[in-house]
Design a protein around this ligand. Structure first.
Ligand SMILES: Nc1nc2c(c(=O)[nH]1)N[C@H]1C(S)=C(S)[C@@H](COP(=O)(O)OP(=O)(O)OC[C@H]3O[C@@H](n4cnc5c(=O)[nH]c(N)nc54)[C@H](O)[C@@H]3O)O[C@H]1N2
Ligand SMILES: Nc1nc2c(c(=O)[nH]1)N[C@H]1C(S)=C(S)[C@@H](COP(=O)(O)OP(=O)(O)OC[C@H]3O[C@@H](n4cnc5c(=O)[nH]c(N)nc54)[C@H](O)[C@@H]3O)O[C@H]1N2
Ligand code: SF4
Ligand SMILES: [Mo]
Length: 680
């Protein structure tokens, strides 16, 4: 008899959808959206409907595997869990004994976002004294940049955008990456509101917007300054707000005077007339709302870009108007106390920290202290998603490095491993989810038994801890006990949610104001900071500046600015294991302007070699005036095996760090492209 169970999408997506999972005889038959979820409202993206075939895929890892052939050959033999954990325990003890515990590096991100399992390895590695991983691959530059102007903490709620009359989607491909925000934007439209998209290419969202402003990648600060210059020049300011709630506006004005729309046009490629018109619309709107996406942050001056865009609402006092403000991300997970689970206090003081976007360098021995001798990977696929893939893959393939991976599938990272441990899916474990695009939290229990011999992450780390004699309570507590600890945070924003409330399995809203900025700004001055002392102390320009981000490694030699945003059919590198989605996605493409194509003898449909000093990829040319000349777009993190040349897009991206926050710049890489001669 089929049964319907509540579940939550675990993927690293702001929407964190509520699911209804139909189960029959221990197998998932279908996954549908839960119509009772207040934010995600019962519809799904292109990916989640494929969950039954993902969970029960013939490719799913069901037994521990030990490498048999050469590294990367894909030849493994099946072993028991007992043997697998014997091997891992011995390798951990050996590495720690011979090279010191800092020679061990855990490598994980948010492949599964459940708070318990995502954080399940932290206490173990802290107690071991392993190197600490800095989690920079996604949001840290965006968060840091935004916080420099407005302070950290929650931003304006997306749901309130339904009351906006002008929505600016600034560097987010909402229809692809944050689909469930769209109905709130549509509601605003039905009330007469307009949607403007600011993006280097005519992405799916720009195609459905009222206006698309096409700019050069890395020029957002200049565009924001151009808009602000018009507001000042035409006296369209909320002077009362500026006086009461901002810091350093007067020091900022002489700098701003340089950024006429004509100067901004030179940097951004956006016509001055369009900049003037948008500034006027923004000032005249009763409730202008900005959806601030990650695009502008994945640039070498990404922090400056995020910070400068975040200042715009201050000029017109938009922070205090209903439906207005700026949404970057929500912080529902911060209402929980993670420390009792992650136990940072167990780590030895001063333990080495390794920036995860510089894994290539770390594995190439470019770290202070002992070489990395054991890498333990979970909930992440660095061979595909980390920058400078050639360096990362060469590092993973090092003969003297032991790599263990907890995975559901034999990803390109797992193929390079010495030991692969089959990991349970979200439908096979208990966890608590707090998304970053809305304020609902939800607990989910197993819908089916673990597939094959796969195991949830927590139980594996606990067994290893037991073998090493670690006796703290975190190494034996069950998921439900841990969820109770998480709730024990004392946060006023928890809104009184209790364990029995969560255990009912429905989404619950934490207590977050629709417009937190009405309660003030969490900056050092308590104001919106046009002048940032924190930046001055970091040796950075304390005032907003519009110099564009450019890849210094390719300057003068490579002439195309490459951006690498997500594709609809994949979630980062996940879903490359679902053949129907790989088919739907079609071949990996390079979108380029007709002038650039013509200059290189490239026509639509050609196979092109895209290259720079770091590597190359083969992509299929898509030629259209949907980007500015000099800019090109490769959507999607394809596994190498799904590309004609065997190399994914991160063969072209750099490990260089952005100005603040420690992320790299996935959308700031210069490349060249040439047709691949057809095989004779
Ligand atoms: N060029 C370029 N590179 C990028 C980006 C870009 O825009 N351009 N984006 C970057 C960003 S924003 C991010 S966040 C990173 C993300 O990169 P990753 O953290 O690697 O993200 P995913 O590919 O989503 O997931 C990693 C693994 O988690 C596993 N997983 C998923 N669900 C479950 C589950 O329920 N249980 C278990 N055990 N495992 C599961 C999947 O099998 C998958 O292999 O990539 C970054 N890389
Ligand atoms: N389908 C799908 N959904 C996803 C993901 C996925 O891989 N697939 N990934 C998830 C994850 S981990 C994250 S972090 C989010 C990210 O989601 P988003 O916030 O949408 O961020 P990005 O994907 O980096 O890029 C968004 C847009 O920024 C544009 N862009 C690139 N450079 C610039 C620039 O310099 N300025 C401006 N203004 N725009 C620029 C890109 O063209 C793209 O359209 O999406 C999540 N949702
Ligand atoms: S990937 Fe995002 S949109 Fe798709 S089901 Fe999961 S949370 Fe929802
Ligand atoms: Mo991300």
């Amino acid at each position: 008899m089929a049964e319907t169970k509540l579940a939550v999408c675990p993927h690293d997506c702001p929407d964190t959808c509520g699911w209804l999972v139909q189960v029959d005889g221990g197998r998932v038959v279908s996954v549908k959206g839960d119509p009772d979820h207040p934010f995600t409202r019962g519809f799904l993206c292109a990916k989640a409907g494929h969950y039954p075939s993902r969970v029960h895929s013939p490719q799913r890892l069901t037994k521990p595997l030990l490498r048999e052939g050469a590294k990367g050959s894909g030849r493994f033999k099946e072993i028991t869990w007992q043997r697998a954990l014997d091997v891992l325990q011995r390798r951990l003890e050996e590495a720690a004994g011979r090279f010191g515990p800092e020679s061990i590096l855990p490598y994980f991100y948010a492949g599964h976002m459940g708070l318990v399992h995502r954080n399940a390895g932290s206490a173990f590695f802290h107690k071991l004294g392993a190197s600490r991983l800095l989690p920079t691959i996604c949001s840290s530059t965006a968060t840091a940049g935004h916080a420099l102007s407005l302070g950290s903490g929650p931003s304006t709620d997306v749901e309130s955008a339904a009351h906006a009359d002008l929505i600016i989607i600034w560097g987010s491909n909402t229809l692809t990456t944050n689909l469930h925000a769209w109905p709130f934007f549509q509601e605003a439209r039905q009330r007469g509101g307009r949607i403007v998209v600011i993006d280097p290419y005519r992405n799916r969202t720009a195609q459905r917007a009222d206006l698309h402003i096409m700019l050069r990648p890395g020029s957002d600060a200049a565009l924001a300054l151009g808009l602000m210059q018009v507001l000042v020049d035409e006296g369209r300011l909320d002077r009362r707000f500026i006086k009461r709630h901002t810091l350093g506006f007067d020091e900022f004005l002489p700098r701003l005077a340089d950024y006429t729309p004509e100067r901004a046009q030179k940097i951004t490629g956006v016509p001055a007339a369009q900049i003037r018109a948008l500034a006027r619309d923004y000032a005249q709107a009763k409730a202008p709302f900005i959806r601030s996406g990650y695009g502008p942050a994945r640039q070498l001056k990404g922090g400056m870009a995020m910070r400068t865009v975040a200042l715009l609402p201050a000029l017109v006092g938009a922070f205090h108007k209903k439906g207005a403000g700026i949404h970057r991300s929500t912080t529902s997970s911060t209402v929980f106390d993670l420390k009792r689970l992650t136990r940072p206090d167990l780590a030895p003081p001063g333990v080495r920290a390794v920036n995860m976007v510089q894994l290539g360098d770390a594995l190439a021995g470019r770290l202070q202290g002992p070489p990395v001798k054991l890498l333990h990977v979970y909930l992440c696929n660095p061979a595909v998603v980390a920058p400078d893939s050639a360096l990362v893959q060469a590092g993973l393939a090092r003969e003297d490095l032991f790599v263990s991976v907890q995975e559901m599938f034999l990803t390109e990272t797992a193929r390079l491993a010495d030991l692969v441990l089959p990991s349970a899916s979200c439908l096979e474990m208990t966890d608590l989810y707090a998304g970053y695009g809305h304020y609902y939290v939800q607990m989910s229990r197993p819908a089916i038994p673990a597939v094959g011999q796969s195991r949830p992450l927590l139980s594996v780390f606990q067994e290893l801890a037991g073998r090493l004699g670690f006796s703290e309570e975190v190494f034996s507590a069950g998921e439900e006990a841990i969820i109770r600890w998480l709730l024990d945070s004392g946060s006023p924003h928890l809104g009184g949610i209790t364990f029995p409330d969560l255990a009912a399995g429905r989404p619950l809203r934490v207590k977050a104001p629709a417009n937190p900025y009405q309660e003030g700004f969490a900056t050092p001055s308590g104001k919106v900071e046009f002048y940032s002392q924190a930046m001055a102390e970091m040796g950075l320009d304390p005032l907003p500046d519009g110099a564009p981000s450019l890849d210094p490694d390719g300057l003068g030699r490579y002439r195309l600015q490459l951006i690498t945003p997500p594709r609809r059919e994949f979630l980062n590198s996940s879903f490359n294991e679902v053949p129907e989605l790989v088919d739907k996605a079609g071949p990996a493409t390079l979108l380029m302007h007709p002038k650039d194509a013509e200059a290189r003898g490239i026509v639509e449909g050609d196979l092109v070699r895209v290259f720079n000093d770091r590597g190359q990829c083969l992509l299929v040319a898509q030629v259209a005036a949907e980007v500015l000349p000099g800019v090109c777009v490769a959507e999607g993190l394809y596994w190498g095996v799904h590309t004609p040349g065997g190399q994914g897009i991160n063969h072209l991206t750099s490990q260089r760090l952005a100005d603040v926050g420690g992320s790299n710049a996935f959308h700031c890489n210069l490349v060249e492209a040439e047709p691949v001669p057809e095989a004779a």
